[in-house]
Design a protein around this ligand. Structure first.
Ligand code: GLN
Length: 198
């Protein structure tokens, strides 16, 4: 059984740890380089991406994390985690730092402000069992994805119709929404499978 780490610097770490525990996976918080060394995959939770970037630096995790993902360690990022995995950020803060794990451009706070948070159903490629109830909280979307990046889900309907909100590139998955708050474990299960077969 693999051990999956959840980055525990800022954001909703506890919810991801709980979702993974519900799947009977060994899930551990990661705050130190020595903890990162022991995991087979990493979840980067939602929160605030500029802050997560700064804390990654302060905890001397930025470079080791970037290097491990580049070397093939599976990673899954939700919301701010999706921003961290991107190669380029639009509407980012001047001091925004990203891990460049996925060749994609994301727009930060793309759907508007906190009050514009919303839920909708999204059909996800490769996730069986019907549409996924998605929760968006000051979420990004992907405005451009590179040739090696698979679009897994898009918004259907409304002003954001067609916007990319779930992607996969090799061992890296990212969603603009928060599956850890819905109790639907299908995305976490898909990530566990990815880690198992990496
Ligand atoms: N808007 C946040 C950011 O820019 C992300 C919000 C979230 O993770 N729920 O990092």
């Amino acid at each position: 059984m693999p051990t999956i780490g959840v980055l525990a610097l800022q954001g909703d770490t506890a919810e991801h740890l709980r979702a993974l525990a519900d799947l009977s996976v060994t899930a551990v918080p990661v705050r130190r380089p020595t903890e990162l060394e022991k995991v087979d995959g990493i979840v980067i939770p939602g929160g605030e991406s500029t802050t997560i970037g700064k804390l990654l630096d302060a905890f001397e995790l930025f470079t080791p994390l970037r290097e491990r993902i580049a070397a093939g360690m599976p990673a899954y990022g939700s919301c701010a985690g999706m921003i961290m995995l991107a190669s380029e950020v639009l509407d980012g803060r001047p001091d925004q730092r990203v891990l460049s794990a996925v060749d994609m451009t994301v727009r930060r706070n793309a759907f508007g402000r906190q009050v514009d948070s919303f839920e909708t159903d999204v059909v996800l490629d490769g996730i069986p069992g019907g549409p996924f109830r998605t929760v968006f909280i000051r979420a990004p979307w992907a405005e451009r994805v590179g040739p090696g990046v698979e679009v897994v889900g898009r918004i259907s309907g409304g002003a954001a119709n067609g916007k990319i909100v779930a992607v996969r590139a090799g061992c890296v998955m990212a969603t603009a929404f928060h599956p850890e708050v819905t109790g639907d474990l299908r995305i976490h299960r898909a990530f566990v499978e990815l880690v198992r077969h990496a």
